[in-house]
Ligand binder design. Structure first.
Ligand code: SF4
Length: 440
């Protein structure tokens, strides 16, 4: 009888990608995916450790796995991802019903565990390999995640990523080229390149194999069938002019850059160990505006970084406004243990911080809505993703500016359409379609 598995994913796009690899590997072992945990023999969690809320939600889900395991002890419970790596020394002591735990660099070891004679509790936490080498089970038919690197060499004082994903490891450029070619022949039209620090890609490659991120973008742009390229996350310190020019020169590279600012205050950026100041960031923004005038720019801002004064809180909101940065992502972060900045623990967000957070969110949303309104009667190219989530009689697509657009039309998933924008909110656009090309 088929063994059935269920995977729950928390956190970022890299975790979504890793879960697609986990599923691809399990399918190749003859497992079948179950729609829910009750129907699964193997219950897996791919965890995040950046956001406290993700931790809390995960622990609640783990409680259900414990109940299901007590009902059927033959069930196997596994925990992977960043949280598992961050508590590697205590995971089995704290959660004795967990059978296997593995870090982001050890997903392949799950296969070893499942095919071994004894399923006694086992943990795998070395930074051994990238999940990009495993078979993939894509959630989306015409879009695909492509992991170009794993890990990060930066030491941002609030970030746990370097300690749970290790140092930067770039995948070989030919291997990536072949993978994207294969995806294109499989009907994929849009690829998103993933890395904790995508624009430092290639620096760790052997000299004779080394290419820059801009060169990698150029190689992928040359692959027939790939109509859109996106990437996340770049670092402002590595945002070179050649990468910015690539947005102007390469047909399939979308006019959207998500460039995390984190703070509008240089002294705070210094304490965050971001290795760039506000001036450098604004200089990059200016260069982007020069080469790609209609580029959509989004960012992350951390509100509530410890030891702040009002002036600095205002600087953040200003940073967002001046950079014409659209909708920002705001995080109340309590720095987790284990990051190199040492223990940077801060008070719970104060009223001021909550107010500043509100101001920054408001500024971002207002800016986004205004930007949307300027798009009215404009046309924006959309990749049809499926029916609208709010109105099933309409279609949903993603524009080259990475905006969700709901529209009236006849296209099918995977089609490229041109949408005449008729309306906008801070998060979505709406309009009507003019078909450009059908999915192959
Ligand atoms: S926040 Fe800093 S340390 Fe964390 S992944 Fe990004 S660049 Fe690396």
């Amino acid at each position: 009888m088929d063994r059935r598995y269920h995977v729950t994913t928390f956190g970022c796009q890299m975790n979504e990608h890793d879960s697609e690899r986990m599923k691809g590997m399990l399918d190749s072992l003859g497992y079948v995916e179950s729609e829910d945990r009750e129907g699964a023999d193997l219950i897996l969690f791919n965890t995040c450790s950046i956001r406290e809320s993700a931790d809390n939600r995960f622990i609640a889900h783990l409680g259900e796995a414990k109940r299901l395991k007590s009902e059927d002890p033959a069930r196997v419970v596994g925990v992977g991802g960043c949280w598992a790596q961050s508590v590697k020394d205590e995971v089995f002591r704290r959660f004795p019903f967990v059978d296997v735990a593995f870090g982001p660099g050890q997903i392949h070891r799950l296969a070893e565990f499942l095919t071994s004679d004894s399923l006694t509790a086992q943990g795998y936490f070395e930074f051994e390999d990238v999940s990009g080498h495993l078979p993939m089970k894509r959630e989306r038919e015409f879009q695909a995640w492509v992991q170009i690197s794993q890990g990060c060499n930066c030491v941002c004082s609030y970030c746990i990523v370097p300690s749970v994903r290790g140092r930067e490891v770039s995948r070989d450029p030919d291997e990536l080229f072949t993978e994207v070619e294969r995806l294109a022949s499989d009907g994929v039209r849009e690829v998103t390149l993933l890395g904790q620090n995508v624009n430092s890609y290639g620096r760790d490659l052997p000299k004779e194999r080394r290419i820059s991120f801009a060169e990698l973008l150029g190689r992928i742009d040359s692959i027939p069938g790939i109509d859109r390229i996106r990437y996340t996350s770049p670092h402002p310190k590595d945002m070179r002019e050649e990468v910015i020019r690539a947005h102007a020169d390469l047909t399939s590279l979308c006019e959207h850059i998500h460039l995390p600012l984190q703070s509008g205050s240089s002294p705070v950026l210094k304490r965050m160990r971001r290795t760039y100041g506000r001036e450098r960031y604004m200089d990059r923004v200016a260069l982007i505006r020069e080469h790609v005038p209609d580029c959509a720019l989004t960012t992350d801002i951390i509100v509530g970084f410890p030891r702040r004064d009002r002036g600095r809180l205002r600087a953040d909101a200003r940073g967002g406004r001046r950079g014409r940065l659209r909708r920002g992502l705001h995080l109340h972060l309590l720095a987790a243990e284990g990051n190199r900045g040492g223990r940077v623990r801060g008070p719970a967000p104060s009223r001021d911080q909550a107010r500043a957070d509100g101001a920054a969110r408001g500024a971002g949303a207002a800016k986004s809505a205004r930007a949307g309104r300027t798009l009215r009667r404009a046309h924006d190219g959309g990749l049809v993703e499926g029916p609208s989530r709010t109105d099933p009689t309409r279609l949903r697509g993603r524009t080259r500016h990475n905006k969700t657009v709901n529209f009236d039309g006849t296209g099918a998933p995977g089609d490229l359409v041109e949408v005449e924008i008729a309306g906008a909110t801070s998060t979505t656009l709406s309009g009507s379609e003019r078909l450009l090309s059908r999915a192959a």
